[in-house]
Write a protein that binds this ligand. Sequence first.
Ligand code: ZN
Length: 268
Amino acid sequence: MADKGTKKKLTRVEGGDAAAPAREAKPFVAAPESKAKARKFRIFAILSWIVAIGLEVGAILMLKKVPIQTTWLIALIVADLVFAVIGSLLWKKANRFDPASEKEKFRFFVQNQLGAIIAVIAFLPLVILIFANKDLKGKQKGLVGAVAVIAMLIAGFVGVDFNPPSQEQYAQQIEQVKSLGAEHVYWTKSGTRFHLYQDCQHINTRKTDEIFQGTVPQARELKNITELCKTCEGRWKKEHAAVESPVPEVEIPETEFPTGDAVPVPVN
Ligand SMILES: [Zn+2]
């Protein structure tokens, strides 16, 4: 429920509030170059899906040619799967560049789960026609049917976005980093969080040979990173509290600066 406000005197207490994620974050609008990239990915995703559905139509036509060629039929189903999956991966990537708004629930669902919807379109009619086909015999029907069902399940699973990006989420994260006063965030290829320090113990490890520096939306675009590192957040607050308040001096524990593991890392 929305905050209706109050008529009482409202005293903002310094310090604690700034750390909490802002509730009224500015709406997120993707940068023009991000939108252009999203557009390109979406066009290729749609083309790939069109090819997938075309291959399904080809497979359906094969069902009418008796005797039915099992090998060719399976080859068409596998090709259908490949293009359905490529389309879904491109589509999900496009959504990271230009996310939908959670406010429009239906659109948000369709835009993020379109890959799964296409998987149903690209396989379900074929699956039904295989099982309804009278020219396919027992073992042959079982094999072709199983391949088609498994292909549909794989395409559906890849098509689902289990962590759909949203404009609201982006805005909230940008605000969170901004409210802390950080200018950049850092992340790695394999990581799931973005960091405020390039020497954070979680990214500055032996196995890391590249650290990316950029903005919150960039961390989402290039790699679907959805969370701020808790270690970095705690360290940032502690260090900045130490700078702002003249007394008492806050002691920073040694553990905050891991040296043993640290490997110099090029950032830019
Ligand atoms: Zn960190």
